[in-house]
Structure formats: structure tokens, C-alpha cells
Design a protein around this ligand. Structure first.
Ligand SMILES: Cc1ncc(COP(=O)(O)O)c(C=O)c1O
Length: 446
């Protein structure tokens, strides 16, 4: 309940601190997603920039030209990194909003250019981020699943088979979250352009590291990455999160289109509102200034050399992890990760038990399914912790090797959910879990 009398400031802040005590400790490199930390110097800069425009609102670009300028400059910095300096876009609140906008744009583009299509479909690999399924629900575009091959990359031949007269959009990821591999973007984009439809690349995860990985590997003469961005003809839009490998404050992503005509389908204007002439570029109404200023600040502060350094450190740490994983009997990396995100499984034991055993040692490796695996998303901040991580992985693997699947803890929950034949029921169960989260008994001690 709202307190009748406001609390003293000190009580407010102390209570907040108490609430935070049980949160995952990302500061010592023990979490592998959710937080992208590039050091305290950058964190301080992000906070300072965020606070400068803490109260400002990018909803009205006339009122705060500073935010509009920063947004334009951020987009102009990102577009060449993603392969087309002429591309135009919008800054959004995150990967999900960028993806929602790309799918809405495709739907509205098809309404204009393919009015005969009444039940639009989009082709999405099974590994694509669930934000596309959210978009499918929100915008009434059917998501048609494209299988992935042994290498966990979308099967382009299968995509071709699945393409129908109702397909309006083909999607690939650079790289996909589950296994850190790049889908065959050139083949997917070729399919889209042959059919005269759109192709979106989800580079939410890879967009701010792959350009630098490419530059580093080119310097070392290592084989280059497969084509992954707007350099591929036929790719019509791309999403790229700044709050992941762009190392900015949360709430910043970019969605870019090949040209203004495409982007127009994202925007909405409403000239008949008594409250005034209204136009909005994206899903949000009020748009906080903080994430825009923080993104602008960190990109200027790091520059290309700074991002190259961070990419090099993250790649070196990932290499150490890959070599170390190979040396632990029974552990196997899935597919061939192209950069700093990977998944591994256990051939002589229950990988979910390994996850629980690592959790007991304080490491939060995300669980995956289909097939069962643990997931690691490496940043420069993990570099110093690799020896400790590998030592614990070796000990935990020894502890669980040969044991049957667990019947308690997260391991049992994941084991059960992965094998439940009724996927509708599986969806119901996870939604019920969401529904239970506002139960005060779940929220933790006050
Ligand atoms: C490949 C990919 N796309 C999209 C997203 C969604 O991003 P957000 O969580 O910022 O909405 C993620 C998040 O991890 C991702 O990995």
C-alpha cells in the first residue's frame, strides 16, 4: 500500500539496498547474460550522461533537440557498422521493440504492396529470439518455423520449401542467441529478393561485436565470417542492440531499414486527436532521454579502438573457455560459435545437474533446451574469471558425471519441461509461473 506519510530518504535507500541483496552478483563475472559490463569507468560515464537528461523526453523532438541530435548521431554511427551508411532507422528501448517494429513494418509494407495477402506469414528459424513470436501475436503475422541443421544454422533449403504466396518476411539471426551461430543470411536474403518480399536480420546480439570481430580476424588472416548484415543485397532491415555488446545503459537498440520508404511503414501519425497533432516513430510513447544520451556518450568515449579492445578481450576469454571446455571429459560445445556466445552439453551426465552444481558454486549459466545445454555469453568482464570458472566446471562435472537426471532443483524442472509432449501445456505452465510472480510470498523478504 502507498505509505500515508512518505518515508525519510535514508529509509527508502536502505530498503532498496536490502531488496537488492539477493540479486545475482554480476560484478564478479558470475552471470553470463542480462548484464554487459565494460568496467567502472564506463559505468560512471553512462550514469553521468544518463543523469544529464534524466527528466527529458524524446517524445517531442521539438522540445528537446539535443535528444533528436544524439539519436541521429547514434544512428549515423551504427549504420556503417551494419553495412550500409545510407540506412535509416530509429532508436528503440531494446531488441524486442526493434523486432516488433521490423515485423509491423513488414506487415504494413505488405498491406500496401501485396494487398491480396490476407493471412501474412513470416519465416523464422526455430532458434530465432521469441520476440518474433511476440510480434507474430501482436501483429497477426503467422510465424512459420524453419528448422535448423546439425550446425544449428537455419536450413535455407527448408526455408525455400516453406515459403508460400503468403510469406511477407524472411528472418535470420546474426548471431542467434542459443548457439552463437550466424544463419545463412545470403541464402535467406536471396530467397526473399527472388520472391520480392522483405528480409530482416536480427543482429540484436551480434551487431555491436561482429564488425569488430571481423576487423580483428582480418588482421590475423583468419577466415572471415559469413555475410551477416546490410552488405547482403536483399536484406531490407536489421536490428542491433546497443545495450548488449554496445555496452550502454539498458533501454537502447537500433532498428535500421534500407530506405525511408520502408521505414515509413513503422511510423504512425494521428492528426485528429483533440490533444494535438500526434506522430510517433515506434512502440513507445514517452521516450526517456537517459538511454539515448548514454548510448551517444559511450560510443563517443570508446570509439572504434575501444570496441576493438573490448571485442579482443571477450574473444580471448571465449577462446580460453572453449579450450578449457574441450579439456573436460564429456563436455561438448554445440555447433561452431562465431564470436563470444556459446552453448555446451554433457555427453556422460545430466547437463541440467551440472547447471545446478555450478549454481551451488555461485555461477549462473543459463539453461537451454532442444537440445539440453548450458549457455554462456562472454564479455570482456569475464576474462579475469575464466580460470575460476573452468576449475569449478571441472569439479562440478566430476561431481555429476554418470548420475541419472535430477529429480529436484532447476534441473528437474528443465528436464520435465523439455520432454513434455504437449507444448501448449508447457506454454501454459510458464505463463502460470509469470502469473504467480506478484504473489508477495514469491517477491522475497521485505
Ligand atoms: C538475438 C536476440 N534478439 C533479440 C533479443 C531481445 O532483446 P531485448 O531483451 O533487449 O528485448 C535478444 C536478447 O537476448 C537476442 O539475444
Amino acid at each position: 500500500m502507498l505509505p500515508d506519510q512518505g518515508w525519510p530518504r535514508q529509509r527508502v535507500l536502505e530498503t532498496l539496498d536490502a531488496y537488492c541483496q539477493r540479486d545475482a552478483n554480476w560484478r564478479d563475472g558470475r552471470t553470463f547474460s542480462l548484464v554487459y559490463h565494460a568496467g567502472d569507468e564506463i559505468k560512471d560515464l553512462l550514469q553521468a550522461a544518463f543523469l544529464r537528461v534524466f527528466s527529458e523526453n524524446a517524445l517531442n523532438p521539438m522540445a528537446f533537440p539535443s535528444l533528436r541530435r544524439m539519436e541521429t548521431e547514434v544512428l549515423a554511427m551504427v549504420a556503417p557498422l551494419l553495412g550500409d551508411p545510407q540506412a535509416v532507422g530509429t532508436l528503440t528501448s531494446g531488441g524486442t521493440e526493434s523486432i516488433l517494429m521490423a515485423v509491423k513494418t513488414a506487415r504494413d509494407w505488405a498491406r500496401q504492396h501485396r494487398p491480396e495477402i490476407t493471412r501474412p506469414q513470416m519465416l523464422v528459424p526455430t532458434t530465432v529470439h521469441p520476440a518474433f513470436h511476440k510480434a507474430a501475436h501482436y501483429f497477426d503475422v503467422e510465424a512459420v518455423l524453419v528448422p535448423v541443421g546439425q550446425d544449428f544454422r537455419a536450413d535455407a533449403a527448408a526455408a525455400r520449401q516453406l515459403c508460400t504466396d503468403n510469406t511477407i518476411l524472411v528472418v535470420g539471426s546474426s548471431f542467434a542467441y542459443p548457439h552463437g551461430v550466424i544463419d545463412p543470411i545470403a541464402e535467406l536474403a536471396a530467397l526473399a529478393s527472388e520472391r520480392g518480399i522483405l528480409c530482416h536480420v536480427d543482429a540484436c546480439l551480434g551487431g555491436m561485436i561482429l564488425p569488430f570481430v571481423e576487423e580483428l580476424t582480418a588482421q590475423e588472416g583468419v577466415p572471415t565470417l559469413p555475410a551477416w548484415d546490410l552488405r547482403v543485397a536483399g536484406v531490407t532491415s536489421i536490428s542491433c542492440d546497443l545495450h548488449k555488446y554496445g555496452y550502454t545503459a539498458k533501454g537502447a537498440s537500433v532498428v535500421l531499414y534500407r530506405n525511408r520508404d520502408l521505414r515509413r511503414h513503422q511510423f504512425l501519425g494521428y492528426a485528429d486527436w483533440p490533444g494535438g497533432l500526434w506522430a510517433s516513430p515506434s512502440a513507445a510513447g514517452t521516450r526517456p532521454g537517459g538511454p539515448i544520451a548514454a548510448a551517444w556518450a559511450v560510443m563517443h568515449f570508446l570509439g572504434r579502438q575501444g570496441y576493438l579492445r573490448l571485442a579482443r578481450e571477450a574473444l580471448t576469454a571465449t577462446q580460453e573457455l572453449l579450450v578449457g571446455l574441450q579439456a573436460i571429459p564429456g563436455l561438448k560445445v554445440l555447433g561452431q560459435p562465431v564470436a563470444t556466445v556459446l552453448a555446451f552439453t554433457m555427453e556422460d551426465g545430466d547437463i541440467y545437474r551440472l547447471g545446478d552444481a555450478m549454481q551451488a558454486r555461485g555461477w549462473h549459466l543459463d539453461r537451454q533446451q532442444l537440445p539440453p545445454a548450458l549457455h554462456a555469453m562472454i564479455t570482456a568482464a569475464h576474462a579475469a574469471h575464466m580460470p575460476a570458472l573452468l576449475a569449478d566446471l571441472r569439479a562440478a562435472a566430476e561431481e555429476v558425471r554418470g548420475l541419472p537426471p535430477a529429480d529436484d532443483g532447476q534441473a528437474a524442472m528443465y528436464g520435465m519441461m523439455g520432454t513434455l509432449p504437449d507444448r501448449g501445456l508447457a506454454n501454459e505452465l510458464i505463463v502460470s509461473f509469470l502469473d504467480s510472480l506478484d504473489d508477495p510470498n514469491q517477491a522475497g523478504p521485505a
